[in-house]
Design a binder for this molecule. Sequence first.
Ligand code: ADP
Length: 180
Amino acid sequence: MTTKPTIKLVQGDITEQHADAIVNAANSSLLGGGGVDGAIHRKGGPEILDACRDLRASQYGRGLPTGQAVATTAGRLHADHVIHTVGPVWTEEEDRSELLVSCYRESLRVAAELGAHSVVFPAISTGIYGWPMDDGARLALRTVHEEARLPVAEVRFVLFDEGAYDCFELALAELERPSS
Ligand code: ADP
């Protein structure tokens, strides 16, 4: 029997969440940025940046490639781990959906390896990287629905504003609608 995780939607600030793992919409430098990334480093404190610098000095000398994920301490956040993943920048010229799917898939894989039961995601790529929210929501929810495995039992999406929350709510309703 495959156990599907419970998917929850919350409107708010991801840095206020309590969970085993919080996913960061990072950039490939791993050295901080705006949006979720900036908020996580500000609230989580310098321990996270130190861990990211160590990663740059070791296996990710050229940065974390788009679509991959790696974990560090969560510093002062209410979590055991931060999982950093780098979303693709949106462009009309090329379909980069597989890279966005990969962010969610790889983050869940890392979370499972860490033994995380609860994982919190932001809407990756939908901020500075420009991905349309409705499409980003569909890809995120479908991937989590298909990929999440034990021990990950709860996946929570934390949406910053009402518009993002509404997109995710609609996409979740579509996903959960029984197919005829
Ligand atoms: P990206 O560079 O991957 O687009 P951003 O951090 O710019 O990442 O934005 C990703 C999404 O997270 C956007 O929808 C943005 O509105 C939202 N966001 C920004 N700050 C926070 C926060 N503190 N908590 C939750 N979501 C946030």
